[in-house]
Ligand binder design. Structure first.
Ligand code: HEC
Length: 125
């Protein structure tokens, strides 16, 4: 019993220090995720589907033009060079996992292709 409590205490300390560490380092996308190829072609149909989801779910924070609403979605500016320089895989990862005030959409927008549609739409901003 005692050793179980000790184990739980150590596990908690590790979990907290890891989450602090990842916060310190900013939003790091694992190389393997950044390298994932977008399986959904950037067609008008995909972009339209992405736009519909964006308008419903993302616009309130990121704004209609993708530069952010108020102070909420800064430092994300989807029209910036930094943002456009990322791979589709990295953007997909960020939409899926979230970070800080950015929600994780992996379980909210369940189908992978719906999240790839969002990536395709963000590319048009
Ligand atoms: C509650 C407000 C909120 C909503 C809703 C939201 N986001 Fe975000 N998003 C943020 C914030 C804040 C950040 C910046 C996080 C950080 O870097 O600390 C962000 C960052 C991002 C990034 C990373 C940008 C970069 O510079 O690399 C992407 C991509 C993104 N959001 C996509 C989306 C998509 C797609 C949706 C809708 C499915 C969405 N967001 C909904 C607040 C939001």
């Amino acid at each position: 019993m005692k050793s179980l409590k000790m184990f739980v205490a150590i596990a908690v300390v590790f979990a907290v220090s890891f989450s602090l560490l990842s916060f310190e380092m900013g939003w790091v996308v694992p190389a393997a995720d950044a390298a994932i190829k977008n399986p959904v072609k950037n067609t008008p149909a995909s972009v339209d589907a992405g736009k519909a989801e964006y308008t419903k779910t993302c616009k309130m924070c990121h704004g209609a033009t993708g530069v952010g609403v108020g102070t909420m979605a800064k430092p994300s500016n989807f029209t910036s060079k930094d943002f456009k320089g990322q791979t589709d895989g990295a953007i997909f990862y960020k939409i899926s996992t979230g970070f800080g005030k950015m929600p994780a959409y992996k379980t909210k927008i369940k189908a992978d292709n719906d999240r790839w549609n969002l990536v395709n739409y963000l590319r048009t901003l």
